[in-house]
Structure formats: C-alpha cells, structure tokens
Design a protein around this ligand. Structure first.
Ligand code: G3P
Ligand code: CA
Length: 334
C-alpha cells in the first residue's frame, strides 16, 4: 500500500478557461507518447496511426534535424538504438561510436529500418515484451518527417471528422543551434505551412530546454508551449515559486516527470506543490510517462496510476505509451 497523503480537494479543482480541448470530448487530454509505443516501435507512421485509432487527443513526435535541416521524428540524437543504421552505414559513426542523425541526409535516413528500441551495446530490447522487431527486413518501418506526421494526422482528421492534435518536442535545441541549424525557425516554418500558428490550433510545442521555448517566442510564435521538467537536479530551480513565475512568463503549461508530483515511494512531493502552483498561474499540467508495463511500485495497476494523477493530483492530461488503456479508463471514469 502506498504511503501517499490525501490531497486537499482545493488542489484538484480544475482551472477555468483552458485553451486545450481534448478531441475525445473528455476534460483531460491523452497524449500518445512517441505514438502507440507500447505496441509498435516508437516514432513510426504505423504507431502514430494506431494511436490515432485508439482515440488519442494528441500525437507526440520528438524532433531532431537531419544534415539537410529536415525535422524528423526521433527521440535520440543518434540512430543506433532505434534503427539498423550500424548495418546500413558501417563506418559512419563518430569517434564515440555513435551514429548522429545530424550527420545523415534525409535520403540516407529514409534507407534505415526503425526497430523496437534496444540497448546498442547488448542488442537487448528495452521493453522485451513489446513489438518483436526482426532485423530480416520482412517488415520495414521508416523514420518519419514532421511533415509526414502532420499529413497523417490532418488527413485522418479530415477522413474521420475528429480533431486530433500534434504535440512535437524540440529535442537538443541548444545542440542543434551549436551545429549551425536554427531549429526553432525551421520547426515553426513547417508548422505554419500546415496552419499551426496560434494557441487555438491543434498543436502544443514542448521542450526540456527553456531556451528553445524562449527562442520560439523571440521568433514571434503564438503557439501553446509546454515547459518539460525533468526529475534531475538541473530542473530543481523550476520547481519553486520563482521558477514557476518564470515559466508562466513564456509557456502555457508544464510537462513534469511523474516523480515531480509523486516520488518513487508513493509520497506526494511537497503536498502537490507543482500542480497547485501551476494551476494558480494558469498553466496546464501534463506529466510523463504512464506505462502500463512499467508501473511505479506504489500502485498495483495502470488504472490506479491514472486515477492517482488525473483525479487525485488533478493534472490536465498525461503522456502515455498505452493510449488505448488511458482512453478506456477516462471513458469509464467520466
Ligand atoms: O515529452 C514528454 C516526454 O516524452 C519526455 O520524455 O524522453 O520520452 O521525450 P522523453
Ligand atoms: Ca518527448
């Protein structure tokens, strides 16, 4: 039994005038983390389509840039943990043995097969019970571009009549700038091309790097922005009244690690400080990452985890690898 405390009711009252509306009509949003990553390799068109079909409100692509400056859906700076790059391009690793996406053109990256995430040293899958990627080329999934993700989601919105959004994350922003690529300008340009320019549009841009979100504002972006807050010490200054004030100056929401709200032992962190303080400043709260197959020790089921965050902590949405289970939970709960 977890040791958490009961949260006073005042902490869980939803704030009014929320800018984000769930496609499902629920008050809470379900974000398909890296697609339907609990079932198909992360960041693939197949996975995004599956998540869409499962009822996601937002589809999440992490973004990196290719050598020729094209935004692609990829979590890591490097390609070797989720593709067959080492087989296709032997000799193209840097001295550290890693294959950086930014060293490859889009045409080259499109020759790679996306595989279920694995440990690059041992070859062992990160989530052994998930999709059994084979390396024999019988089923080939490709690394998608941001444009392809948008075309998929907007096309499905047209054919289904639903209003599903995208929730791109600018990964390694400062690093991209150091490589001479104006990441935020490029991403903003693609989004604008597809009609995503204001907070009313179905897009939320997220980043762990405040510099990335500030850069978007500097470029005149009026998009809905979410500041991600990791669990490490580097993010501790954000989890203070002053830090929250700063975030509210440029962002519309926060995406904290779950451990910023409930610690690993199941205790509320500072009496639900983060949710309380975020809501007091009009910020939405979307914690990451709810995984049905990797539960924290303080809950006995995925549904218990969702209940705890969505209704006891009072967050406004969650990132999850298992969209179908989260959507079912909300449908039955609301
Ligand atoms: O963006 C929210 C969550 O996805 C952050 O973690 O590492 O999966 O991008 P990561
Ligand atoms: Ca992410």
């Amino acid at each position: 039994m977890r040791k958490r405390l009961l949260v006073p009711l005042a902490f869980v009252v939803a704030i009014g005038g929320l800018a984000v509306v769930a496609a499902s009509g629920h008050e809470k949003v379900i974000v398909a983390h890296r697609g339907a990553s609990g079932y198909l390799p992360e960041h693939t068109i197949a996975g995004y389509a599956m998540a869409y079909g499962m009822g996601a409100d937002f589809i999440e692509p992490d973004l990196m840039l290719t050598k020729d400056g094209v935004p692609i859906a990829l979590h890591d700076r490097t390609l070797e943990s989720t593709t067959d790059v080492a087989d296709v391009f032997p000799g193209r690793a840097r001295d550290d043995g890693r294959y950086y996406a930014i060293d490859f053109t889009l045409e080259e990256i499109k020759r790679l097969a996306v595989l279920e995430r694995f440990n690059r040293d041992t070859g062992v899958p990160t989530f052994p019970a998930r999709f059994p990627s084979a390396r024999d080329g019988a089923l080939v999934l490709r690394v998608p571009t941001l444009v392809e993700v948008i075309e998929l989601v907007q096309g499905l919105n047209a054919s289904t009549g639903r209003s599903v959004g995208i929730y791109p994350e600018t990964k390694s922003s400062v690093w991209h700038q150091e490589q001479g690529l104006d990441f935020e300008r490029i991403v903003m340009g693609v989004l604008a091309e597809y009609g995503y320019t204001t907070k009313d549009d179905l897009v939320i841009v997220q980043s762990f790097e405040s510099d990335s979100l500030l850069r978007l504002r500097e470029l005149g972006s009026e998009l809905f922005l979410v500041q991600l807050i990791g669990g490490g010490d580097a993010y501790a200054p954000m989890v203070t009244p002053e830090g929250m004030d700063q975030i509210a100056g440029y962002a519309d929401g926060i995406g904290p690690s779950m451990t910023r709200i409930i610690d690993g032992d199941g205790n509320w962190v500072n009496d639900n400080f983060l949710v309380r303080e975020a809501h007091a400043r009009g910020l939405q709260v979307h914690p990451y990452t709810m995984r049905a197959d990797v539960l924290p020790g303080y809950v006995g089921s995925f549904e218990e985890l969702l209940e705890l965050f969505l209704f006891e902590a009072g967050v406004d949405g969650v990132f999850t690898d298992h969209t179908d289970l989260a959507v079912r939970f909300l449908r039955e709960r609301e």
